[in-house]
Design a protein around this ligand. Structure first.
Ligand code: DQA
Length: 148
């Protein structure tokens, strides 16, 4: 079973509470439930993780390396726009990574248009709400099939 880890960054535990026009009204637990259901259909060994701390996210990504995780899906929240530390960490583990955003970051404030994470990811999905995570699982499936 391919190990896939889904990482939600800062404030994403407030999904369903915060700015619903951008992030929807579903709570993170419900989103994670749908992610895990789809992951099971794809026969992935999946785990969802959320942290509001940059260092904890880095430690978790490094633990993915030691656990032999095959793919990562990450919504880095606001860290997307300035965390060179998370970017370096993703680059260092060489695990195929897909970036996801609930909102379309390119339609919003200028500072959100830049992702310092995107250059070290296979691709970026944004603007599809929580469905983006399911699309990301399908993308991971495709990446892993093509790697064989
Ligand atoms: C977000 C977009 C970011 O700009 C923002 O800081 C978030 C959520 C999204 O999922 O749309 O916290 O990553």
């Amino acid at each position: 079973m391919n190990k896939v880890r889904i990482i939600h960054g800062p404030n994403l535990n407030f999904t369903g509470i915060r700015e619903k026009d951008f992030y929807g009204s579903e709570f993170l637990d419900d989103i994670n439930k749908r992610i895990l259901e789809r992951a099971e259909e794809l026969s992935f060994d999946a785990e969802c993780y959320q942290s509001n701390s940059e260092g904890d996210i880095i430690n978790y990504i490094q633990s993915c390396y030691y656990e032999g995780v095959e793919a990562i899906i990450i919504n880095p929240g606001a860290y997307t726009h300035y965390s060179y530390a998370i970017r370096d960490c993703i680059a260092s583990v060489s695990i195929p990574t897909v970036e996801v955003h609930l909102s379309n970051i390119h339609q919003r404030e200028e500072f959100r248009h830049t992702s310092v994470i995107a250059p070290v990811c296979k691709g970026q999905l944004c603007g599809f709400g929580s469905y983006g995570y399911l699309l990301a699982l399908d993308a991971v499936n495709e990446i892993l099939i093509n790697q064989q």
